[in-house]
Design a protein around this ligand. Structure first.
Ligand SMILES: NC(=O)c1ccc[n+]([C@@H]2O[C@H](COP(=O)([O-])OP(=O)(O)OC[C@H]3O[C@@H](n4cnc5c(N)ncnc54)[C@H](O)[C@@H]3O)[C@@H](O)[C@H]2O)c1
Ligand SMILES: [Zn+2]
Length: 407
């Protein structure tokens, strides 16, 4: 609103019992690719942590337990080298421990350390689980203190680490309690990926394929051409191909998130693969990783697109084939008609009364529909099954040395 037209808040000449408050809050944060972030000569993280105060800066470093085992001494040495007084809190990165009490534990530590409210920082090293917990704690503590993310998984580096969502699980629901709270920065260091298990690399690749499918055909084709090289060592060595995949995925995410950081617009193409998967992810047995559940959801939605003639069968086969070649699942016996119906009901509430279901209309393009029926869901499950059988039997679709791997 133009400030010139705002009437005076108190006008003795007239009674007024109603006031409009109209304010906006600028959000700026930095995403940086920062190889070797813990190298003792690399000052990027130290610069971000520096308070500019005339005292030894405190920093609360929250570290995923596995990351602490692998990198804990490097982390401690780094902060000591740059003259910080670090307090390290080690936390479980297990999805099962991603509850409100974990965020409370971080808040408790913040209180103990006595960080200066605006100038001293919390730094989190880990995957999406600890980043989501710490982001939420940082948002709740004194209604917001600064924090820095150092994502150490592929999924963390291309997805959880680059947006502003924080959260913890609640009841049977993923991230049911959460906030939007930007970090000061996210420093993406691909060298951490050398120790990430292949299953978790593939998990991150699922989100990269998602971005490729909804908006970046070249990225899809790059992954298709290079999928055999997409290992933890490959990403950690940061070859031009791996660097391009990470950059394209980050840029794709940011292009979608930046104009819609607080999800005012509920039609989000980045929700592709995230309609039915949240209901499956926490109950699947054997358990599924986030990206694996997303892959199953993406395959289902590809089948819906095919049955609606939005894409042809050859395109559907091409996509499902790539998911399988990468080692992602495309179906799950728990994806029953009941689960799919209930998942859709929950998603409709989440998307404020409408399905707003992103479907691809080509590799690299998507649009939204609001009228998917239970019969369509049933037919889509059947089509995924058919495509899987076709891929496993028709010669030429699977490369000779590629196995069909299921989670
Ligand atoms: N906030 C968001 O926008 C957003 C987006 C996507 C996903 N998420 C959340 O992220 C979580 C999944 O994240 P994730 O896939 O990173 O899982 P994660 O945080 O559970 O990490 C996966 C595993 O890798 C280990 N690990 C982490 N870094 C490692 C390293 N460098 N070397 C060896 N092991 C390492 C962890 O200990 C853990 O066992 C989910 O809870 C999901 O809801 C959030
Ligand atoms: Zn996701």
């Amino acid at each position: 609103m133009n400030p010139a037209v705002i009437p005076p808040r108190y006008d003795p000449a007239r009674d007024c019992d109603s006031w409009t408050v109209d304010s906006s809050h600028r959000i700026t944060y930095q995403i940086e690719i920062c190889p070797n972030v813990l190298d003792l000569e690399n000052d990027r993280l130290a610069t971000w942590c520096s308070s500019g105060n005339n005292r030894v800066d405190q920093v609360l470093v929250v570290v995923d337990r596995e990351v602490d085992r692998l990198y804990g001494s490097l982390i401690r040495n780094y902060f000591t080298r740059w003259d910080f007084a670090p307090t390290v809190l080690v936390m479980s990165g297990d999805e099962a421990s991603k509850g409100l009490s974990a965020a409370e534990e971080v808040a408790e530590k913040m209180g103990e350390v006595g960080l200066l409210r605006r100038s001293e920082k919390v730094v989190v090293f880990g995957g999406g689980v600890v980043m989501d917990i710490v982001g939420m704690a940082a948002n709740l503590f004194r209604r917001g203190v600064p924090y820095i993310r150092v994502p150490t998984t592929l999924l963390g580096q291309v997805d959880a680490g680059v947006g502003v969502k924080t959260g913890v699980n609640h009841g049977d629901h993923k991230n049911r309690l959460g906030t939007y709270y930007a970090p000061l920065c996210a420093l993406i260091d691909p060298t951490f990926l050398s120790t990430v298990s292949e299953r978790h690399i593939i998990n991150g690749l699922a989100e990269i394929v998602k971005i490729a499918l909804v908006k970046d055909r070249d990225l899809f084709e790059l992954i298709e051409a290079e999928h055999k090289l997409l290992s933890s060592e490959g990403f950690a060595s940061n070859t031009p191909t791996h660097a391009e995949i990470i950059r394209r995925a980050v840029v794709g995410m940011l292009e979608e998130l930046e104009p819609n950081l607080h999800e005012a617009q509920l039609e989000r193409i980045v929700d592709f693969g995230h309609t039915f998967s949240p209901s499956l992810e926490l109950i699947a047995d054997p358990p599924l990783l986030h990206g694996e559940a997303v892959a199953i959801d993406m395959a289902l939605c590809v089948a819906i697109s095919t049955n609606r003639d939005l894409i042809d069968r050859a395109t559907a086969l091409r996509i499902v084939r790539l998911l399988l070649l990468m080692g992602l699942p495309v179906s799950n016996s728990m994806f029953t008609p009941d689960l799919l119906r209930n998942a859709l009901v929950d998603t409709i509430a989440h998307r404020d009364g409408q399905q707003r279901l992103p479907l691809i209309t080509a590799i690299g393009d998507a649009s939204f529909v609001n009228d998917v029926s239970p019969t369509e869901l049933h037919n889509a499950v059947a089509l995924v099954e058919e495509l899987e059988i076709e891929l496993s039997t028709v010669s030429g679709f699977l490369l000779p040395d590629a196995g069909l791997v299921r989670a």
